[in-house]
Write a protein that binds this ligand. Structure first.
Ligand code: WT7
Length: 586
């Protein structure tokens, strides 16, 4: 039983600060301050078998190791969607991932370090395939199912992927003839026509052996490649290594507060980093039982899942919580949600109203966590044992040093806005931006601080407060969209001369994408054209990258060097002063 109380006190700058404090409750992380003072990542390495054997593989620690303990019959994965309802024990996961590894070995030329992509909706085969590839030492590139041809092409080309696991329905979005390195396509479907290149994955799994000799790798060898957006250039491939497991595991204990008896539900898709770090690796490393729910979001389906599976630890996103909040309390009351013990959030700022709502409907605090694709694991969080200040992201994970610095690299005083940076060298830190050493190096200042691209401040008690992105990256419904990628696609449309894309604040989605467009000669603004342009992005990139709002302009604000000034577009939109216009063309 956990009980809380709300305490309001006078903050240093005279503001009233509310905290939600635990008055009763027992957490895995007992004393934040003491642990933060003494903890070293080296201590956490003792939790892994390789600490003694020297043989490293993420999938071994996540699955096989548990099969040698009394967790062997424990459920690792409950899977449910509109047609399937299945459960897999740790022994089943071992067998199925071994089968997948054997299939990859038999039908492709994949070797350690090669890239295999997985492009499909959630399904048990996605998890088997991903973990099977890891057992071979292959680097996995997960792709969100909503990606369209252009987005798929960029990622497979940049990474020189050799093989892909997908479904027959998604096949027409993979321009196979234009991808010279792509040799093998594993298809997950009911009636697959096989050739040398196209393999029926489910059929092959059935007859494959359940034993496989794991490829032992170096701690620093590549594990997973997540493409994410920056403010300039094509999406960048963020590479994480097997050693990331140290932080995945430790944060599952301290932040997620996971115990053996828990039913854990991370709602993220494995196409995004949350869905792999905390939807696959973290819970398996901790030996937990996870729920994976396929299909679309609906408040009723989600609450029903919590009730039916007795979910106790729940990790979701502000957008989802806001949509649940919008669906009203009467639907909450139709469900028994009393199994929930620990509730968490990631992806965007968690509004204080949402935390208040969570207290009312679940009688639970929602614990915000801050991190990003590049950090690979949770970095700044609210812990069970610590008071929550609604609106704050919390404090750095023990072992992590975070700071706010100005543009010259000096640490600023409390309550001053600046760049949120992290001291280089945490276990789950990205090790490469694929094919782009320069961009990787530019992410660090003096080879010392990692630049998050977020602006924030820290208060006197060491709590961090998010303000926004310092670059033009858009966060819409918790998904990160690079304006450049959308603008480039827009320019491929015959009607479009120039395009500038910004994030516009939105109460539900955090931000929505708004495009300012100047048309070519011979084209006139119309509502039909807006719809056509939206469809063009949906088909060419993905639905979540399509601008919900389009505004036609005669001309867009540009620098003398021809760069679209998104800052000015944003100021137009928000009716703010545009700032320094000295570099703008006439
Ligand atoms: C950006 C990273 C790995 C988590 C999923 C998103 C924003 C993330 C928070 C938070 C405010 C947050 C930041 C960050 N963000 N968590 N708790 N409060 N903003 O990963 O796609 O790599 O995006 O998401 O702006 O830089 P991502």
């Amino acid at each position: 039983m956990v009980e809380y109380k709300s305490i309001v006190y006078e903050g240093v700058i005279g503001m009233k600060v509310e905290t939600l404090e635990v008055i009763q409750g027992d957490y895995m992380l007992k004393d934040y301050a003491e642990t933060a003072k003494t903890f070293q990542w080296k201590d956490a390495e003792k939790n892994f078998s390789w600490f003694e054997t020297g043989k490293v593989n993420m999938a071994y620690e996540a699955i096989d190791r548990h099969v040698e303990t009394d967790r062997k019959d424990k459920v690792a994965l409950f899977y449910q969607d509109a047609v399937r309802k299945e459960s897999y024990s740790y022994t089943d996961m071992k067998n199925q991932s071994n089968k997948a590894a054997n299939v990859f070995k038999q039908y492709s030329n994949l070797l350690k370090g090669d890239r295999l992509f997985i492009f499909m909706p959630k399904s048990p085969e996605l998890y088997f395939g991903l973990l099977g590839a890891v057992k071979m030492g292959v680097i996995v590139g997960p792709l969100f199912e909503a990606f369209m041809e252009g987005a798929v092409y960029d990622r497979l080309l940049d990474s020189e992927a050799k093989a892909i696991v997908t479904t027959p329905e998604l096949l027409n979005r993979i321009p196979i003839d234009k991808l010279p390195n792509l040799e093998t396509v594993f298809l997950v479907g009911d009636s697959v026509e096989e050739t040398d290149k196209y393999i029926d994955f489910k059929k092959a799994l059935e007859s494959a052996s359940t034993s496989f000799d794991i490829e032992w790798v170096d701690k620093e060898d590549g594990l997973i490649l997540h493409y994410t957006s920056g403010s300039t250039g094509k999406p960048k491939g963020i590479l994480h290594v097997h050693y990331a497991m140290v932080q995945h595991y430790q944060s599952m204990k301290w932040v997620m507060d996971i115990r053996d008896e828990d039913i854990y539900w991370c709602t993220a898709d494995p196409g995004w980093v949350t869905g792999t770090s905390y939807g696959i690796f973290g819970p398996l490393l901790a030996g937990a039982t996870s729920l994976v729910l396929g299909g679309r979001f609906s408040p009723d389906a989600w609450y029903s899942a919590i009730e039916e599976y007795k979910v106790s630890v729940w990790y979701s996103a502000p957008t989802a919580y806001r949509m649940l909040m919008g669906a009203g309390d009467s639907i909450v009351n139709q469900h028994d949600l009393s199994s929930l013990r620990h509730v968490l959030s990631v992806g965007e700022p968690l509004n204080p109203e949402v935390i208040k709502w969570g207290m009312q409907v679940f009688n639970k605090r929602i614990h915000d966590t801050w991190w990003m694709t590049e950090t690979g694991a949770q970095m700044i969080c609210n812990y069970g044992c610590m008071p929550i200040k609604p609106g704050s992201m919390g404090k750095p994970l023990p072992g992590i040093t975070a700071a706010i610095i100005d543009n010259q690299g000096n640490v600023v005083a409390p309550y001053t806005m600046g760049n949120l940076v992290i001291k280089k060298g945490w276990p789950s830190m990205m090790r490469q931006i694929w094919n782009n050493k320069e961009k990787y190096e530019a992410s660090f200042m003096n080879d010392d601080w990692y630049f998050s691209g977020d602006s924030a401040s820290m208060d006197e008690d060491g709590y961090f407060w998010f303000q926004g992105r310092v670059d033009d990256v858009i966060m819409t419904s918790g998904e990160r969209v690079g304006p450049f990628e959308v603008e480039s696609k827009l320019l491929e449309h015959p009607a479009i001369l120039e395009a500038g894309v910004i994030g516009k604040p939105d109460p539900i989605r955090g931000e929505i994408i708004k495009a300012f467009i100047a048309l070519n000669e011979g084209y006139a603004p119309s509502d039909e054209l807006k719809v056509e342009i939206q469809q063009f992005i949906k088909k060419g990139l993905s639905a979540h990258a399509a601008p919900r709002e389009i505004e036609f302009k005669e001309k867009l604000p540009k620098t003398r060097s021809g760069k679209i000034m998104r800052r000015v577009l944003k100021a137009w939109e928000l009716k703010l002063p545009p700032g320094d216009l000295s570099t703008m063309e006439d």
